[in-house]
Design a protein around this ligand. Structure first.
Ligand SMILES: Cc1cc2nc3c(=O)[nH]c(=O)nc-3n(C[C@H](O)[C@H](O)[C@H](O)COP(=O)(O)OP(=O)(O)OC[C@H]3O[C@@H](n4cnc5c(N)ncnc54)[C@H](O)[C@@H]3O)c2cc1C
Length: 496
C-alpha cells in the first residue's frame, strides 16, 4: 500500500518551510505541512507582543539563499519576519502544501508498509514515507501553576496570545518573568500603563543593542548589488560565531572574553539604572552565556521611571486583585502579563508522541537513556524520520544556521538513498553513540560545565542538568559535517 504522501512535515515555521523547500529540491514534491495554528510563520505568527523584534541582526536571521534587502532596521521587528515568512511560502509554493488548524497528536512507524502513520486530532490519519518534525523549541507556552491564579479577576495575557487591540492605558499591570521576551516588552508596557511591577525570579544579562533604521539608499544597494548584503551577513555572522565559539563553547580557554562580555553588561546596567539597590537586584550571579544573551537599550532604563517597580520576592499566591509575595506584601493590579516563556524539555522532546521500529517511544527513549540524536537530526530505531528540533541540534545563535545545516544533511542523505535505489534509511547505533560521545565530550570546556550556571535556570539545560540543546561545535563544523558525514552512518533499505 503506497503512502498518501512522500513526506509529512509537522510545523509551518521557518524550520518546516526550509524542510519543504529541500523536499522540492530533492523531487519529493508530494508532501504536506501540518500546523495547529491558523497561519504560517511559527514563532513569528504566534508572537506579536509590543516590542517584538529579532535579537540577531536580520542580514543573518534569514535564509542565506533568500536575502531580504528591505529589512527596515538592523534588528527587524517581528511583523517583518511574519511578512518574510509569507513571502517565502509564496515564492517557494509552500502555501498550497500547508494545512492549518491541524493538531498532530502522534506518529507511528508502520513496519509492514514501511511508512509513517500520522494521527491528527479529530481522528484522521495521514500516511507518509518520510516524517519530518519541525515543531520548534520555543513553541509550547508555559504558565507556572501560581496558587490562586484562577481567582484573579482582572485581565490575564500570556505574551504568546497578545491581543493587539488591548489598551494598557491607565492599567495597573504586572509582568511576571524577566527573560528575553520581558526585556523587549517591559519598556513598551511602561510607556502605557499607569503602574507596572516586574516580578523577577532570575536576573538576565543584557548588553546594549546596536540597532538603527536601515536607510532606503542602503536597502536599494542591498537589492541592486546583493554582494553588499552578503558581505554584511558574513561580517555579522562571523561576530556571532566568535561570541558563541570563543565566549560560550571554549569558556575555559577564553575566560577573559566571557568576563569582558559580563563587564560590558554590568557597565550598561551601571550607566542605565540610577538606584543602587535596583542595580544590585538586576545583576545576575551566573556566568554570561549560561542563558541566551539579550540585547536592549531601554530595558534597564525602564526601572528609573517612578511608576515602574522591580519585585524580587518570590510569588506566594495570586488573589482577585493582586499578587502576594513571600514577604506578605500585596501588589494590587488589574492586568497580569505572563512573560513566563515556554516549556521545552517536558513537552517538546518530542512535541508529539512518536513510536518507531519495535514500538520504541521516542520520548521514553530520550528520558530512559540520554537525550541524543545523530548530528542533531536522526535517531536509531526511527527509520525515515528527521527530527529537526532534536537534542544537540541548535547550532550557533541564528536559528537559520541550524535550519540550513539540516537542509544540507537532508540533501546528502536523500541523494544517497536515491542513488542506491532504496526508500528507507536509519542511522546506526554506532554512529549515533559516536556523535553523542563527541558532543558531550566537547561540552566539558563550555560555560555550561566549566562556568557557574547554577542559578541561571537556563533552558539550555534539561531536567537532568545536561546542556543538551546546543550543538557544541562551530557552525562551520555543523555545515561541513552536513555535507560530508559518512554515508555508511546510515543503513538503507527497500520499502515494502
Ligand atoms: C519571542 C521569540 C523571539 C525569538 N527571536 C529569535 C531570534 O532573534 N533569533 C533566533 O535565532 N531565534 C529566535 N527565536 C527562536 C525561534 O523560535 C527560531 O528562530 C525559529 O523561528 C524556530 O522556527 P521553527 O520552525 O523551528 O519553530 P517554530 O517557529 O516554533 O514553529 C513550530 C511550529 O510547529 C507547530 N506545532 C508544534 N506542535 C504541533 C503539533 N502538535 N501539531 C501541529 N503543529 C504543531 C507550531 O504551531 C509552530 O507553528 C525566538 C523565539 C521567540 C519565541
Amino acid at each position: 500500500m503506497a503512502p498518501q504522501y512522500d513526506a509529512v512535515v509537522v510545523g509551518a515555521g521557518f524550520g518546516g518551510m526550509g524542510a519543504g523547500i529541500e523536499l522540492d529540491r530533492l523531487g519529493l514534491s508530494n508532501y504536506v505541512i501540518l500546523d495547529r495554528e491558523s497561519d504560517l510563520g511559527g514563532t513569528w505568527h504566534v508572537n506579536h507582543y509590543p516590542g517584538l523584534a529579532v535579537d540577531i541582526a536580520s542580514v543573518t536571521y534569514s535564509y542565506s539563499f533568500e536575502p531580504n534587502p528591505y529589512w527596515t532596521r538592523l534588528f527587524a521587528p517581528g511583523a517583518e519576519l511574519k511578512k518574510y515568512a509569507g513571502h517565502i511560502a509564496d515564492k517557494y509554493g509552500l502555501r498550497r502544501r500547508m494545512r492549518f488548524g491541524t493538531v498532530v497528536d502522534g506518529a507511528r512507524w508502520d513496519e509492514e508498509h514501511q511508512h509513517w502513520v500520522v494521527s491528527v486530532a479529530g481522528g484522521e490519519t495521514l500516511t507518509g514515507r518520510y516524517l519530518l518534525t519541525a515543531t520548534g523549541f520555543l513553541s509550547q507556552p508555559y504558565t507556572p501553576p501560581f496558587p490562586g491564579i484562577d481567582s484573579f479577576a482582572g485581565k490575564i495575557i500570556h505574551t504568546t496570545a497578545w491581543e493587539d487591540d488591548f489598551d494598557l492605558t491607565g492599567r495597573k499591570a504586572a509582568i511576571i518573568g524577566t527573560g528575553a521576551t520581558a526585556v523587549q516588552l517591559v519598556p513598551e508596557v511602561a510607556k502605557q500603563a499607569q503602574a507596572l511591577t516586574v516580578f523577577q525570579r532570575t536576573p538576565i544579562w543584557v548588553v546594549p543593542k546596536i540597532d538603527t533604521a536601515i536607510p532606503k539608499p542602503v536597502q536599494k544597494l542591498f537589492d541592486r548589488v546583493p554582494a553588499t548584503q552578503k558581505a554584511a551577513r558574513l561580517f555579522n555572522t562571523s561576530l556571532l560565531e566568535a561570541l558563541m565559539v570563543v565566549g560560550v563553547l571554549h569558556y575555559t580557554q577564553a575566560k577573559p572574553l566571557n568576563k569582558a562580555a559580563s563587564l560590558l553588561a554590568k557597565a550598561h546596567l551601571r550607566t542605565s539604572v540610577r538606584d543602587k539597590e535596583t542595580r544590585k537586584q538586576l545583576t545576575p550571579h551566573y556566568d554570561f552565556g549560561c542563558k541566551r544573551p539579550t540585547f536592549s537599550n531601554t530595558y534597564f532604563r525602564s526601572f528609573n521611571q517612578p511608576h515602574v517597580r522591580l519585585e524580587t520576592n518570590s510569588i506566594d499566591h495570586i488573589e482577585a486583585d493582586g499578587i502576594v509575595t513571600a514577604d506578605g506584601h500585596k501588589t494590587e493590579i488589574d492586568t497580569l502579563i505572563l512573560a513566563t516563556g515556554f516549556n521545552l524539555w517536558d513537552v517538546n522532546f518530542p512535541a508529539i508522541e512518536i513510536i518507531g521500529r519495535d514500538g520504541v517511544n521516542l520520548g521514553k527513549f530520550w528520558r530512559d537513556n540520554r537525550f541524543q540524536a545523530y548530528e542533531g537530526i536522526t535517531v536509531p530505531k526511527f527509520p525515515n524520520f528527521l527530527s529537526l528540533n532534536s537534542p544537540y541540534s541548535y547550532s550557533g545563535l541564528s536559528y537559520f544556521t541550524t535550519i540550513e545545516a539540516q537542509m544540507k544533511h537532508m540533501g546528502r542523505l536523500f541523494t544517497e538513498l536515491f542513488r542506491r535505489g532504496e526508500h528507507t534509511f536509519e542511522v546506526t547505533e554506532e554512529a549515533n553513540a559516536g556523535f553523542l560521545d563527541r558532543v558531550t565530550g566537547k561540552l566539558g570546556t563550555s560555560v555550561f560545565y566549566g562556568g557557574d550556571c547554577s542559578t541561571a535556570r537556563s533552558y539550555y539545560f534539561n531536567p537532568h542538568g545536561e546542556a543538551a540543546l546546543l550543538r557544541p561545535t562551530s557552525t562551520l563544523n555543523a555545515h561541513r559535517e552536513a555535507v560530508s558525514f559518512p554515508l555508511d552512518d546510515y543503513v538503507y533499505g527497500k520499502s515494502a
